[in-house]
Design a protein around this ligand. Structure first.
Ligand SMILES: NC(=O)C1=CN([C@@H]2O[C@H](COP(=O)(O)OP(=O)(O)OC[C@H]3O[C@@H](n4cnc5c(N)ncnc54)[C@H](OP(=O)(O)O)[C@@H]3O)[C@@H](O)[C@H]2O)C=CC1
Ligand SMILES: O=C(O)C(=O)[C@@H](O)[C@H](O)C(=O)CO
Length: 279
């Protein structure tokens, strides 16, 4: 299966959908990631906080697929935002993965109360110059956090990975990213398996297109210019989630799904201005 790509502001190409790996760990996790690779996933989204960089790297090596075909991402935890710590953390992440470079590396959360994210960004810029990372980006960054990075370093993130799903459509932040030339990735794109998957409006569209609810939601993301990162341990869901590029929702259908937004629709109430990562 050929997966379309999107082009980042630094010229790198990224698959238009990737596999989320939060809570995929250990031997069973290794088998699940290998199965996903066999089904066609090439973009894998990990993080130091997921405690799974080891098995993600192992799955890549075991798969027999050339390293250059993958788009591998990981994320810097908050406890390593100081410049020297961040550089070492990136090297440690690479060592755990058994890789020489990341295709994308993100600052996981801005932690604005600690206020070290500009330093962390400078470390990502250095790591990119050293060849340890191809594209550099952020996650959960608000528009004012992005502007600080841009104004203080002159380097715009290639990607901002934020929460988006039908109950939290996050249009303002999506547009803020677009305005700055930043590609948006969606975390919890299926609302972490929430009731969105049984919404009558989505089930009706599923019936119309001969797809399932997850496929309708993932297609909605891609048509809004968002790169979704659905997590699945199930082989059938993994397969279904990739099979979304052979139909198109109409603009009116996109608006119907937008209409499911809820003012308090976040999956876990995580406000990037307040959220403190677990250590
Ligand atoms: N940057 C950040 O701060 C964050 C990043 N992330 C990233 O985003 C990824 C995805 O987010 P996540 O929170 O895992 O939630 P998702 O929205 O991807 O939902 C995952 C849940 O949906 C189920 N599911 C998957 N596909 C289908 C389908 N086709 N039909 C029905 N159910 C389905 C999964 O079950 P099953 O496994 O049984 O298929 C699982 O329970 C994470 O894994 C991680 O990589 C997540 C949170 C925060
Ligand atoms: O999964 C991630 O990337 C996170 O940042 C976590 O905070 C996750 O969203 C979570 O809910 C942990 O309880």
């Amino acid at each position: 299966m050929t997966i379309p790509t999107v082009t980042l502001n630094d010229g790198h190409k990224m698959p238009a959908i990737g596999l989320g790996t939060y809570q995929i760990r250990g031997g069973a996790g290794l088998d699940q990631i290998l199965a996903a690779i066999q089904d066609g996933y090439r973009s894998l989204d990990s993080a130091t906080n997921y405690d799974n960089e080891g098995i993600v790297g192992k799955a890549i090596r075991r798969s027999g697929v050339p390293r250059s075909d993958f788009f591998v991402s990981s994320k810097l935890p908050g406890k390593y935002h100081r410049y020297d710590d961040a550089l070492k953390a990136i090297e440690e992440s690479l060592a755990r993965m058994g890789l020489d470079y990341f295709d994308l590396f993100l600052i996981h959360w801005p932690l604005p109360k600690r206020d070290h994210y500009v330093e962390a960004w400078q470390a990502l810029i250095t790591a990119q110059k050293l060849g340890l990372i191809r594209a550099i980006g952020v996650s959960n960054f608000e528009p004012d956090h992005l502007d600080r990075l841009i104004n203080e370093t002159g380097v715009t993130p290639a990607v901002n990975q934020i929460e988006i799903h039908p109950y939290w459509i996050n249009t303002d932040r999506l547009l803020a990213n677009k305005d700055r030339g930043i590609v948006t990735e969606a975390w919890s794109p299926l609302g972490r398996g929430s009731a969105a998957l049984t919404e009558p409006a989505i089930l009706e569209l599923a019936k119309k297109y001969g797809k399932n609810a997850g496929q309708i939601i993932l297609r909605w993301h891609t048509q809004r210019g968002v790169v979704p990162l659905p997590k699945s341990s199930s082989l059938q869901h993994q397969r279904d989630n990739l099979d979304i590029f052979d139909f198109r929702l109409t603009p009116e259908e996109i608006r119907i799904i937008d209409g499911l937004n809820k003012p308090d629709g976040r999956v876990d109430g995580q406000d990037p201005n307040e959220y403190e990562e677990f250590e």
